[in-house]
Design a protein around this ligand. Structure first.
Ligand SMILES: Nc1ncnc2c1ncn2[C@@H]1O[C@H](COP(=O)(O)OP(=O)(O)O)[C@@H](O)[C@H]1O
Ligand SMILES: [Mg+2]
Length: 337
């Protein structure tokens, strides 16, 4: 059991109080077979947590049932199986996922996508441990622990009538809410290290690149962070990963960050120069400060060069302009050195 707990800490990376609390919950839940409901945005680690709960004291198989991937009339047969000849194309009897999970854990991912008729059938399995394959006249048995996950607000779905209240109560015995990555940024450095170690090699990030990754909001959560690290490793040319290796969404974020910074700096500078020139207006703050566009552009270029330590190719990339345009502007503003 201890080895499995160590394993949980090994697969579930994060230092934040929230992540540590989740690890404690996994530890408790793993020792019993109660249902669990995992809540959180996509990419926050719901499947990782479900597997970790199962692996604390593994019994039987872990079967993932992705409700968002099953569509149409075949959904019922995917879940409950069918007998030979049950419908056109049912050439052989087939076991469904519910039966495959017997004795183990069934992880119902995106359970909010399950249509109402199948919700009723699932409830019956949970209560009676019984179900009927499509086209069969006899019931079969399956007994499993259920872990369900959703990024929807199931309580609201219940109010709307799109999710069965009785099934909701059955699933929501214990719930674990996984915070979005933007609310637990302390986890970012250790997650990056984890993903870098996993790809092998001896990679590390420049402090500037790390700063950009920490300041980003990660709408795709840990999955997006993992993809970003993989992208940086794939495009880089040495063991040190730079801002220039960031994928385009992060580059855009960097440009936005820099332009916000520049706008703020430009406003502050302009305010200062007005005082320097002895503006005696009684209400200086009510007059909007206008900074000439050319001046903003000049400062943006200087800042980009400063930030890339003079690397013009990367500076041009950050500024969103071609290299030749940058050279022309350097000449124009007499910044060429
Ligand atoms: N705490 C974590 N530590 C390490 N990797 C994680 C963690 N949480 C998520 N991941 C990784 O992020 C990706 C998305 O996780 P997943 O469990 O599929 O999210 P969800 O089911 O919420 O969409 C996976 O590749 C997973 O390995
Ligand atoms: Mg998932």
């Amino acid at each position: 059991m201890l080895a499995n707990l160590e394993e949980t800490r090994h697969v579930l990376i994060g230092e934040s109080p929230r992540t540590r609390q989740v690890i404690r919950m996994i530890e408790k839940l793993g020792k019993c077979r109660w249902p669990a409901l995992l809540l959180g945005e996509t990419g926050t680690g719901k499947e990782v947590v479900a597997r970790a709960i199962h692996n604390i004291n593994p019994q039987g198989p872990f079967v993932t049932i992705d409700c968002s991937a099953m569509v149409g009339p075949l959904m019922e047969s995917e879940l409950f199986g069918h007998v030979k000849g049950a419908f056109t194309g049912a050439a052989m009897t087939k076991i469904g996922l519910i039966e495959a999970a017997n004795g183990g854990t069934a992880f119902f991912d995106e359970i909010g996508e399950l249509p109402l008729d199948l919700q009723a059938k699932l409830l019956r399995v949970l209560q009676e441990k019984e179900f009927r394959p499509v086209g069969s006249l006899t019931s079969r048995r399956s007994d499993f622990r259920i872990i369900a996950a959703t990024n929807r607000d199931l309580a609201k779905e219940v109010e709307k009538g799109t999710f069965r209240r009785d099934l909701y109560f059955r699933l929501n015995v214990i719930n674990i809410r996984l915070s979005p990555l933007r609310e637990r940024k302390e986890d970012i450095p250790s997650l990056i290290n984890h993903f870098l170690t996993r790809v092998g090699g001896n990679y590390s990030l420049t402090s500037e690149a790390l700063e950009v990754l920490i300041s980003y909001d990660w709408p795709g959560n840990i999955r997006e962070l993992e993809n970003c690290v993989q992208h940086m490793v794939a495009v880089n040319s040495g063991p040190l990963l730079h801002v220039a290796d960031l994928p385009s969404n992060l580059q855009n974020h960097l440009i936005q960050k820099k332009s916000n910074y520049l706008m703020a700096a430009a406003g502050a500078d302009a305010g200062m120069s007005r005082q320097d020139f002895g503006d005696l207006s009684t209400e200086p703050s009510s007059v909007p400060t206008i900074v000439p566009l050319a001046e903003l552009e000049r400062r943006a270029i200087l800042n980009a060069l400063d930030c890339t330590k003079g690397d013009r190719a990367v500076a041009a990339h950050l500024l969103g302009i071609g290299r030749t345009t940058l050279y022309r502007k350097l000449k124009e503003y007499e910044l060429a050195c």
